[in-house]
Design a protein around this ligand. Structure first.
Ligand SMILES: Cc1cc2nc3c(=O)[nH]c(=O)nc-3n(C[C@H](O)[C@H](O)[C@H](O)COP(=O)(O)OP(=O)(O)OC[C@H]3O[C@@H](n4cnc5c(N)ncnc54)[C@H](O)[C@@H]3O)c2cc1C
Length: 533
C-alpha cells in the first residue's frame, strides 16, 4: 500500500496543473495516469485557448455572453463568470511557465476567431498544435516538482469510508492491483469520446472518472450532452483527425454529394453537425466533403493538418476532403461546486471529467483547455486552504441547498435495459473484450449520435445493457476495466438522452425537434453504491 496526501488521476491540462501546483507545497502528491504522462486528449487540442487577452474591443462580458449562448440555457452563470474572469490570469501563468503561443509581426499574441465567438480571442500555438505546447509546458513543470508520477496505472475504484475518500485502487499495465491510500483524490481523467466508433478522442478517453464516481454513489449530470465536431476526417484512422474550425474560418466550404453547399460554414458546431447529419441521411452517405482547394498557402498555415492529410494520401489543395461528424467533447460529468469539490468529501474533479456548469448543453470552442487551467487552479487552492467537502455553489447548489437558485435537478429514470439486453445478446457470449468494445461503439454511433430518437435509444440501451450484464465484477486488464466503464457511461448517456424529450444544444431528437421550457433542468445520475455494472 502506498500513502499520499493527494492522488491526482490523469495527466491532461487539468491533472498536470493541479499536481504541479500542489507539489509546490509540503503535501505528498502523486499523479497516476493510465498511459504515459504525455498521453492525453489535451495533446490533441488544435485550435487553442479562449481568453480575453488584450483585444481592445473584446470584453469579459462578451466572452461570458458567447459561452452562455452556446450552452443553450443550461450553463451555471456563476461558473461561467469564474471561468472567463480568471482565464486571462491562468493563461498568463502558463506563458510564465514557458508556453509559447503564436505572435503577430509586432510580437503581440495572435488571436483567432472561432465559431460561436463574437471576437477574435483564441490563443494558439504552432498553428493548430496548441495542445502539444500546453502539454509540454505542464509536463516539464511537473517533472521539476516533487510530485510522484506513476505511469501505466489505471484507477479502477475509489475507496470510501465513513468520512469520505480514503484512497483508490489502481491496476498496473502488468495486471497487478495496487492500493493507494490518500486523504484526497482528484479526478482529472478527461472525457469519453471512445463511447463512439467515430471520435476525435484518443483511446484513453473512456469515461473512467464518471464510472468511478457513479460506482461510488457520487452524482453525475448532463451526460446526454456529447458534442460532435462536424469536420473530422472520414478515414479508417482512430482517433479521427480533426479538420479544425480554422479551415472554415479561412473560407473552406462544406459540400454535399452533388457538390452543393448546404449550411453556413461558420454557424456553431451543433448547427453544422446537425445539417450534415440531415444531408447524409437524405443522400444515403456516411460522409460529406470539405472543400479547402481555394485556401492559399495551406501547407504553410496548417502544417500539422497538411501532414495528417498527407499520411492519409490526401492533398487539400487538389481535392475535396471527406469529412463526417465525430464525438468530440463531453459536457456532462461529475458534478462539482465552484472549487471543484464533488458531493463526496475528499473527492474533487476538474477538466472534462467534471461538470462545473461552464458548458451547459454545448461547449463553446476553445473553452475546455481554459476550464482545465481555471478549475485546476481552483481545486489546488481550495485543497491547500484545507478544504474537504462540497459547498452550496455552482452546480452543487441544486443538491446541497436546492432552494437557493440555479437550474433545478431531476434524477435519471433508467429502465433495466440490462435484463432485456442480456436476452438479446446471447449470441455475443463468445466475443472478446475488443469485439465488445467495437460493438458498443458502433451501437452508440448508430443510435445515439448527432440525431437521436426514442426507438434508436431504446435499441442501443438493450445492446449496451446486455453487454454490461455480461461483464465480470473485477477487471483483470486495462481492456476489461475500460469496457466496464464505457458500458456504464453509455448506459447513463442513453438513459438521459431518452428522458430528455426535446432538442437542446448538442442533444438532438428527431422526434422532439424543438427545445422545451419544461426541460430547462439537468438530469442527475446517482447510483446506490455497488449496484449494477
Ligand atoms: C482533436 C481535438 C481537438 C481539440 N481542440 C481543442 C481546442 O483547440 N481547444 C480546447 O479548449 N479544447 C480542445 N479540445 C478538447 C480538449 O482537448 C479537452 O477537453 C481537454 O484537453 C481535456 O483535458 P483534461 O485534462 O480534462 O483531460 P485529458 O487531457 O483527456 O487527460 C485525461 C488524462 O487522464 C488519464 N486517465 C483517464 N482515465 C484514467 C484512469 N482510469 N486512471 C488513470 N489515468 C486515467 C488519461 O490517460 C489522460 O492522461 C480538443 C479535443 C480533441 C479531441
Amino acid at each position: 500500500v502506498s500513502r499520499f496526501d493527494v492522488v491526482v488521476v490523469g495527466s491532461g491540462v487539468a491533472g498536470l496543473s493541479i499536481a504541479q501546483r500542489l507539489a509546490e507545497s509540503s503535501l505528498e502528491v502523486a499523479l497516476i495516469t493510465k498511459a504515459t504522462v504525455s498521453d492525453s486528449t489535451t495533446t490533441w487540442a488544435q485550435g487553442g485557448v479562449a481568453a480575453v487577452m488584450g483585444n481592445d474591443e473584446d470584453s469579459i462580458d462578451l466572452h461570458v455572453a458567447d459561452t452562455l449562448r452556446a450552452g443553450a440555457g443550461l450553463c451555471d452563470i456563476e461558473a461561467v463568470q469564474v471561468l472567463i474572469e480568471e482565464g486571462p490570469r491562468r493563461v498568463a501563468e502558463l506563458i510564465e511557465l514557458g508556453a509559447s503561443f503564436d505572435r503577430n509581426d509586432e510580437g503581440r499574441l495572435a488571436l483567432a476567431r472561432e465559431g460561436g465567438h463574437s471576437h477574435a480571442r483564441v490563443l494558439h500555438a504552432g498553428g493548430a498544435a496548441t495542445g502539444v505546447e500546453v502539454q509540454r509546458t505542464l509536463v516539464d513543470a511537473l517533472f521539476q516538482s516533487s510530485a510522484t508520477v506513476l505511469e501505466h496505472h489505471l484507477a479502477t475504484s475509489l475507496r470510501v469510508g465513513a468520512n469520505g475518500i480514503e484512497g483508490l485502487s489502481a491496476l498496473t499495465r502488468g495486471g497487478e492491483l495496487r492500493e493507494i491510500t490518500a486523504e484526497h483524490v482528484v479526478l482529472a481523467s478527461g472525457g469519453a469520446g471512445q463511447l463512439f466508433e467515430v471520435t476525435t478522442n484518443p483511446p484513453e478517453a473512456t469515461g473512467d472518472g464518471v464510472a468511478l464516481a457513479l460506482r461510488a454513489g457520487v452524482p453525475v449530470a448532463d451526460v446526454e450532452f456529447m458534442q460532435f465536431h462536424p469536420t473530422a476526417l472520414h478515414a479508417a484512422i482512430s482517433p479521427r483527425p480533426l479538420l479544425s474550425e480554422a479551415l472554415r474560418g479561412h473560407g473552406a466550404l462544406l459540400r454535399d454529394g452533388a457538390g452543393d453547399r448546404f449550411v453556413d460554414e461558420l454557424a456553431p458546431r451543433d448547427v453544422v453537425a446537425r445539417a450534415m447529419a440531415k444531408v447524409m441521411a437524405e443522400q444515403g452517405l456516411d460522409h460529406l466533403w470539405l472543400d479547402a482547394t481555394s485556401l492559399e498557402r495551406f501547407a504553410e498555415r496548417f502544417p500539422s493538418l497538411e501532414a495528417r492529410l498527407r499520411e492519409a494520401g490526401l492533398d487539400a489543395s487538389e481535392a475535396w476532403i471527406p469529412v463526417a461528424p465525430a464525438a468530440h467533447h463531453w459536457a456532462g460529468g461529475v458534478m462539482t461546486d465552484l472549487v471543484g469539490s464533488t458531493m463526496l468529501e475528499g473527492l474533487w474533479a476538474a477538466g472534462e471529467v467534471a461538470n462545473s456548469g461552464v458548458h451547459g448543453a454545448n461547449r463553446l470552442a476553445s473553452n475546455s483547455l481554459l476550464e482545465g487551467l481555471v478549475f485546476g487552479a481552483r481545486v489546488a487552492e481550495a485543497l491547500l486552504q484545507g478544504g474537504r467537502g462540497p459547498s452550496a455553489t455552482g452546480l452543487l447548489r441544486a443538491l446541497v441547498a436546492p432552494r437557493s437558485g440555479g437550474i433545478p435537478a431531476v434524477s435519471a429514470q433508467c429502465r433495466d435495459a440490462a435484463r432485456e439486453g442480456a436476452e438479446a445478446l446471447r449470441e455475443t457470449q463468445g466475443m472478446g473484450t475488443l469485439e465488445r468494445r467495437s460493438l458498443l461503439q458502433a451501437t452508440m454511433t448508430r443510435h445515439a449520435g448527432v440525431v437521436r430518437s426514442a426507438e434508436g435509444l431504446e435499441r442501443a440501451a438493450a445492446i449496451v445493457g446486455g453487454l454490461a450484464a455480461q461483464l465480470g465484477q473485477a477487471a483483470r486488464s486495462f481492456g476489461e476495466a475500460e469496457l466496464g466503464n464505457l458500458a456504464l457511461g453509455a448506459s447513463a448517456l442513453l438513459c438521459s438522452a431518452a428522458q430528455r424529450e426535446e432538442s437542446r444544444g448538442s442533444h438532438v431528437r428527431a422526434d422532439f425537434p424543438e427545445p422545451s421550457v419544461a426541460w430547462e433542468r439537468r438530469i442527475v445520475h446517482q447510483r446506490e453504491e455497488g449496484v449494477g455494472p
